[in-house]
Design a protein around this ligand. Structure first.
Ligand code: ADP
Length: 241
């Protein structure tokens, strides 16, 4: 098994014996939202509170980049321009990765699929792994709010936590409260790249909303609220499935 897959697979096993596992049915939840709408933050809450496995294609690319794998270096050339990494690379990475996640584990999908073509591959990946999509949450947020959030964002690569220079200041300047690592700015959180990422969302990802609406899977939630409030809104919908 590739080294980078191994490290992530260990994360997949971390919560296997959690008490939640005994009574929660296996769910596959997809989060869709404009960059900066809080998908990653909500996904981490599902990991902590509901023992989900967080499958983030953005994190997988960044991990590959940190390891300087050929996939990581190739992906960087797209990420730094705010473009999508080509579908075949992204899909192969996900196909490879999901083999390591036990079928008894619920997954929160963050950042995949991002266009209609990926959604076809997604259906196939789920089917081949005996999974099915439970619900899709669309985190709705305005463009202005997103630019404000992302241009002040600080990121802790190991813990996956995010901070903000004004709205979510770490206890010690530049240091992650949990892991103690140095916070960085993501290379794609520059204003011009943010604008491109937003444009890509409208051009390609937004089409998924109609797609999942037609399948009666889509739930829209207003994301211009505090993270805990948004999480509560999401959890309230869990009662219905
Ligand atoms: P955000 O949702 O804020 O854009 P992510 O961490 O999910 O942040 O993604 C960062 C970048 O990684 C994207 O701009 C894109 O270049 C690449 N990426 C992530 N997921 C995909 C995907 N499903 N398809 C193609 N590229 C992707």
């Amino acid at each position: 098994m590739k080294a980078w897959l191994k490290e992530f697979a260990l994360r997949a096993d971390e919560f296997v014996f959690s008490p939640f596992q005994s009574y929660m049915k296996v769910c596959d939840i997809l989060l869709i939202g404009i960059p900066g709408s809080g998908k990653g933050t909500q996904a981490l809450k599902l990991v902590q509170k509901k023992s989900f496995f967080h499958l983030s294609t953005g994190d997988l690319f960044r991990y590959n980049l940190k390891e300087k794998s050929s996939l990581g270096l190739l992906a960087k050339s797209y990420i730094d321009k705010g473009q999508l990494v080509p579908d075949f690379l992204t899909q192969d990475m996900v196909r490879d990765f999901i083999k390591n996640i036990p079928q008894t584990k619920s997954i929160v999908w963050d950042g995949f699929p991002r266009n209609l073509s990926q959604s076809e591959a997604f259906d196939d990946i789920l089917k081949k792994n005996n999974r099915s999509l439970t619900k899709v949450f669309y985190l709705k947020l305005s463009e202005t709010e997103v630019i404000e959030r992302l241009s002040g964002r600080l990121y802790a690569p190991k813990s996956g936590l995010t901070y903000h220079i004004k709205n979510k200041v770490p206890k010690k300047k530049g240091i992650c409260d949990v892991s103690g690592e140095t916070l960085i700015s993501r290379s794609d959180d520059k204003k011009d790249v943010i604008k491109k990422r937003i444009a890509v969302f409208y051009e390609q990802t937004k089409a998924l909303l109609n797609h999942y609406k037609q399948q009666n899977l889509l739930i829209e939630v207003e994301a211009f609220v505090k993270p805990d409030e948004l999480f509560q809104k999401i959890l309230n919908h869990f009662k219905s499935f």
